[in-house]
Design a protein around this ligand. Structure first.
Ligand SMILES: Cc1ncc(COP(=O)(O)O)c(C=O)c1O
Length: 406
């Protein structure tokens, strides 16, 4: 079916991985989702990798890699670089297999991911701004100590470990038609793509990247692997400068389409996964739903799997995403007023909210901000209103009281 032996080699490794990883790792659920199926007029299923050990699929590839070289790993330890989930995956797999792990993480990695990595017993070294900087440092440690390097994506055994998700989808939903997968360095989509194309060549594999880190999208457009300067994204797990040469070769054979999505859509997707299906996804894990929200591909009537690749989201980030989602969906209102800095003004404002039976969630009063005209203060209000009409009434009243409303 494929032109080169690489795909067949990865396929045979995937089958091997499928026979060894379940001694330690879970087969994750594939759940039909009524709400998204209605919303998109398709049969939508969620592959819940947020329920995998360590909260993401990454422990699959890490486990199979270390397991495949166990003697060497036990002798010299392993070293890896990661912005978060791969770090936890390697730390977990190493400890499950009795191997010492050193993990280099970028200084921008979320603190809770750093702590989780340490909690699995790995030694954590913080270095650089993005994954690629940390990777250079990890290679240096490898050269100095002789530890085995566990690449997060550009490695056949790691790709094969991630490919076990494809095996599971094939057995859980044999007539699957479309599978939507986040892309970081491309290991996840390469593994899933190979497994599912072997199962059913007609299955459509769609990759998703954030607009601010669209390395595969841009590379595919020009027909060669590019190195980009990514910006920070809510989907921090997929922010890399480039995809691998190995994953590039595999992806060009198994990925049918790639799309990029905005940060707003990623936030909306995290919110909807939580609200509609009680699924906690991190930004990267929400990319497939974000792509559906932006209507990037036609899957009307099709059996579609969205790979929710991880659920390791920082709770302060989640708080902000939820507040924003509630505001976008009209469930809460956020209003900023500029009021005279005089006694009783805040009381008058709150009286109006009370009159309209609004439930206050948060109030901030600031008179020191340099952008505020002297003699004024800013009042930021977050509240639940009984209806959108009431919010409009209330804003009209604030304006009639002489307040500037934003
Ligand atoms: C939650 C999550 N989803 C997707 C990805 C992308 O995986 P890959 O780098 O194999 O493309 C990552 C990478 O770390 C991740 O952490």
């Amino acid at each position: 079916m494929f032109l080169n032996g690489l795909i067949d080699e990865v396929w045979s490794l995937i089958q091997k991985a499928g026979s060894v990883i379940y001694s330690v790792l879970h087969k994750t659920p594939l759940e039909y989702n009524t709400s998204f199926s209605r919303m998109f007029n398709a049969s939508v299923f969620l592959k819940l990798e947020n329920m995998q050990k360590t909260g993401s699929f990454k422990s699959r590839g890490a486990f199979f890699k270390i397991y495949s070289h166990l003697d060497e790993a036990r002798k010299r330890g392993v070293v890896a670089a990661s912005s978060g989930n791969h770090a936890q995956g390697v730390a977990f797999a190493a400890s499950a297999l009795g191997v010492k792990a050193t993990i280099v993480m970028p200084e921008t990695a979320p603190i809770f991911k750093i702590n989780a990595t340490r909690s699995y017993g790995a030694e954590v070294v913080l270095y650089g701004r993005v994954y690629d900087d940390a990777c250079q440092k990890a290679l240096e440690i490898m050269r100095e100590t002789g530890a085995m390097f566990v690449h997060p994506f550009n490695d056949k055994e790691v790709i094969a470990g991630q490919g076990t998700i494809g095996l599971e989808i094939a057995s859980q939903l044999p007539d699957v038609e479309v599978v939507v997968v986040p892309i970081g360095g491309g290991g996840l989509i390469s593994g899933i793509g190979v497994a599912l194309k072997k199962h059913k060549p007609g299955v459509k594999i769609v990759g998703v990247e954030p607009e601010v880190a669209a390395k595969y999208y841009e590379s595919r457009r020009v027909g060669q692997r590019l190195v980009i300067e990514p910006k920070l994204s809510l989907a921090d797990g997929v922010v890399t400068k480039t995809i691998g040469d190995l994953t590039w070769e595999i992806m060009n054979q198994v990925v049918d389409d790639v799309v990029k999505v905005s940060e707003d859509s990623i936030a909306q997707a995290i919110y909807l996964l939580l609200e509609r299906s009680k699924v906690l996804a991190e930004g990267a894990g929400a990319l497939p739903l974000a792509a559906m929200l932006e209507g990037h591909f036609n899957n009307t009537g099709k059996k579609t799997v969205l790979v929710v690749s991880g659920g390791n989201i920082d709770l302060t980030m989640l708080y902000r995403v939820v507040i924003r989602g509630l505001a976008t969906s009209g469930r809460i209102s956020i209003v900023r007023l500029v009021v005279p800095d005089a006694p009783g003004q805040l009381y008058r404002v709150l009286e109006v909210l009370y009159k309209y039976r609004c439930n206050i969630i948060d109030v901030k009063h600031d008179r020191f901000n340099p952008i505020i005209p002297i003699g004024h203060a800013v009042v930021d209000l977050v509240f639940e209103a009984p209806s959108g009409d009431i919010v409009r009434e209330l804003i009209k009243e604030f304006k009639e009281m002489g307040y500037r409303v934003e």
